[in-house]
Design a protein around this ligand. Structure first.
Ligand code: NAP
Length: 244
């Protein structure tokens, strides 16, 4: 059977790395995007090579149209199609709302939301032609319920969920499924600023008594890739911390 082709943005570290790893192990041709962490991206490639699995690692700042376009063009030139797009690249912010600047707004919105918009647009042209596709956007519980001191981040993630729902309706007739995964706290570099005590408190207020691992998100991605009847949904993996 012909191999599926997937682009995973922000695959050098954390959740994206775990998603790229699991999809590659599953036999999918993975194009793992990174921006600044070239060394980490190489480590991922080498780890998979030890298991005779070859992935492409491509540097691109997906908050910039031309770079996102180049990433997508690489995939089409190399494999003629893209079956799966995982919009995972993102950055955090933590600041008093009254101290946020226009630069903060542009940085967070461009990296978290514009990047997903641009990638969906560039990739969906190919998916529409092929009448096949699966897009998964990584949002956040903060997009669902809002976070104090993370206002722009929360806006960017709520925007991603809006993008997911609208695109699911527009692209559904072309057999393209679009879903969001909205994680709670996951053990990655993004949370390295949290103290041990803060992590303990987070665990205590979470019904399942733990924070998540990147693999928890990758397993859900794996399920959504297989599934054929789920679209326009925001699936929140958060240990029961947020139940809506
Ligand atoms: P992370 O460990 O900080 O990794 C972020 C990844 O995004 C890195 O691979 C980074 O690449 C990449 N990236 C950032 N901006 C990029 C850009 N403009 N172009 C290309 N790549 C870019 O974060 P994480 O925790 O794995 O988060 C992954 C996603 O999950 C994010 O969208 C985040 O908002 C979301 N999320 C995380 C949590 C959590 O608790 N960790 C919770 C909810 C949602 P380089 O290092 O190569 O630049």
């Amino acid at each position: 059977m012909e191999k599926k082709v997937a682009i995973v943005t922000g695959a050098s570290r954390g959740i994206g790395r775990s998603i790229a790893y699991l999809l590659a192990k599953k036999g999918i041709k993975v194009i793992a995007n990174y921006n600044q962490s070239e060394e980490k991206a190489r480590e991922l490639k080498e780890e998979l090579e030890k298991e005779n699995i070859n992935i492409d690692i491509i540097k691109a700042d997906v908050s910039k149209r031309e770079e996102a376009k180049r990433l997508v063009q690489f995939a089409i030139n190399s494999y003629e199609k893209i079956d799966i797009l995982i919009n995972n690249a993102g950055i955090a912010e933590y600041k008093l709302f009254t101290e946020e600047t226009d630069e903060d707004w542009n940085r967070v919105i461009n990296n978290n939301l514009y990047s997903a918009f641009v990638m969906c647009q560039e990739v969906s042209k190919n998916m529409i032609q092929n009448k096949n596709g699966c897009i998964i956007n990584i949002s956040s519980i903060w997009g669902m319920v809002g976070a104090s001191l993370e206002v722009i981040y929360s806006v960017s993630k709520a925007g991603i969920d809006g993008l997911t729902k609208a695109l699911a309706k527009e692209l559904g007739p072309s057999n393209i499924r679009v879903n969001s995964i909205a994680p709670g706290t996951i053990d990655t570099d993004m949370n390295k600023g949290l103290t041990k005590q803060e992590l303990k408190i987070l665990e205590e207020v979470t019904p399942l008594g733990k924070i998540g691992k990147p693999e928890d998100i990758a397993k859900c991605v794996n399920w959504l890739v297989e599934d054929e009847f789920t679209t326009g949904q925001v699936i929140s993996l958060n240990g029961g911390w947020v139940i809506t």
